[in-house]
Design a protein. Structure first.
Length: 144
């Protein structure tokens, strides 16, 4: 089964911009309250781009996602996250921060918040590739 889709009908979403990782919750030891820091608003901005990629998708695609969400099917998701290449790097692969799982969590949370997934706990398989952009590409994510 392909991500967010029936095996014969792949669903593709394209989000452009600088991918940001979902920060881990921090606990204030004095108040004992947990919060997820995003002081610059960059994570919220990235999530809004992911949500917009769903909202501008063709109505047929959104209808299929809503049907699968209502059916409470188990889902597989595939993500290709493209990071801007630093000007000076010796690494051929994007084996640097942010971690792939935190990048994927931000995308999953954004899709859940906009209603594309229902609940992201239904994801039973994830294939995530984190890499640098190639010449002519834009940073962002492809979600299938």
């Amino acid at each position: 089964m392909s991500a967010l889709s029936h095996p014969a009908e792949p669903v593709l979403l394209f989000a452009y911009g600088k991918p940001k990782a979902q920060p881990r919750p921090k606990v204030n030891t004095y108040t004992r309250r947990a919060s997820t820091p995003d002081p610059s608003g960059e994570v919220a901005s990235w999530k809004a781009r992911v949500q917009a990629s769903y909202l501008v998708a063709p109505p047929e695609l959104r209808r299929r996602l809503m049907e699968w969400s209502a059916a409470e099917l188990a889902l597989a998701i595939s993500m290709q996250i493209r990071l801007a290449r630093p000007k000076k790097t010796r690494r051929p692969h994007a084996s640097v921060k942010p971690d792939w799982d935190n990048l994927a969590k931000a995308i999953q949370d954004a899709l859940e918040d906009v209603g594309a997934l229902g609940n992201d706990s239904r994801i039973v398989r994830a294939d995530v590739l984190k890499r640098y952009v190639r010449p002519g590409e834009r940073s962002g994510a492809t979600i299938a």
